[in-house]
Ligand binder design. Sequence first.
Ligand SMILES: O=C(O)C1=C[C@@H](OP(=O)(O)O)[C@@H](O)[C@H](O)C1
Ligand SMILES: C=C(OP(=O)(O)O)C(=O)O
Length: 413
Amino acid sequence: MTIMHVPGSKSVTARALFLAAAAGGTTVLRRPLVSDDTEGFAEGLIALGYRVERGPEAWTIEGRPEGPAVAEAEVFCRDGATTARFLPALVAAGRGVFRFDASAQMRRRPLGPLTRALRELGVDLTHEGEEGHHPLTVRAGGIKGGRITLDAGLSSQFLTALLLVGPLTSEGLEITVTDLVSAPYVEITLAMMRGFGVEVRREGDAFVVPARPYTAVAGYAVEPDASTASYPLAAAALTGNSVTIPGLGSGAMQGDVRFAEVLRRMGADVDLSHDAVTVTGTGTLRGLTVNMRDISDTVPTLAAIAPFADGPVRIEDVHNIRVKECDRLEACAENLRRLGIEVGTGRDWIEIRPGTPRLAEIACHGDHRIAMSFAVAGLRTPGVTLDDPGCVKKTFPGFHEALAGLRAEWGLG
Ligand SMILES: O=C(O)C1=C[C@@H](OP(=O)(O)O)[C@@H](O)[C@H](O)C1
Ligand SMILES: C=C(OP(=O)(O)O)C(=O)O
């Protein structure tokens, strides 16, 4: 039996950094994700004057409930949407002039609903170029609070950013949400806010956030990343092998652990205990129709292994993955076609026909998930190459070595 330890959750690490920075006291994060996204988040905090010490096993953050320690700063968010969406909200509750910019990829991604909501709350925020996109400047003087309505139909991160900053306002926030994708990520936010001492009340479609100080957590353990786990789990299902991911099971906060259920529906044996998941490939992969609105980071993982199923695989209700690191519906379709597979897409769906992939080079579009997903499919199609293997650094710098380890252990040549 193969055991694979996957790196810490990006979503949990990013939220923990925000919460620790905003809390009174010192927080120690154990086993944080160390990758481009989370280093970018930590360096953003450092540019804002927060003290973040990064050791090999733990990161220590000195909280500053009053906000950034500098009156002016420039923050470069790289490719990280958590950084690019959460940090402008954090600084808005403090005082000073803060300019944010991001990579070309991240500049293309939307944050209009969030910046409009912040403006409605009285925050002085200006976009340098296109409205609702980076770069932007926040001239911060604190947030009074109040009631707002938010459309989170393109990204739940708009809601998470507002929830996280809610306790730092002087009167609290009431956020009524009209549409929401990726709902399990909001549950992570609420659970983690609770862990740092703030309880959010739900009233129908509204989230009522009290103005209340966060408290530091002496030792906060980051659970392994469930989206990252989808690669070894899919690899086991695809090749008829078995892999166990310790530290990630039914007790995890992340919705993406449910990807294992998709593999079960396809015919894999899945053993989900409270704190571990094991997937064993059975030699059968069935086609299916699946709604992935809640777990859309794992769409590329499923799309890449789909040709090996015995019937069509149709993935629905994922329009928002067109505004991720790339247009993931089109990137999946393009690469499947390069492999000689028949595929159709619509506004919010993709359907993949069974087939035998031929050798091809995968166009990664700078998207870690396209790279990792098609590398997994490559376990059954020797010679598949990636045009940008390095883009995995966004969330899993050691991905290629880890996959080579599985290949060797399973004797896949
Ligand atoms: O809040 C988070 O940590 C995330 C929310 C999701 O984004 P959307 O809400 O934009 O779908 C997910 O895709 C992303 O990888 C991480
Ligand atoms: C969409 C993703 O990242 P983010 O939105 O946090 O940049 C992802 O990791 O798949």
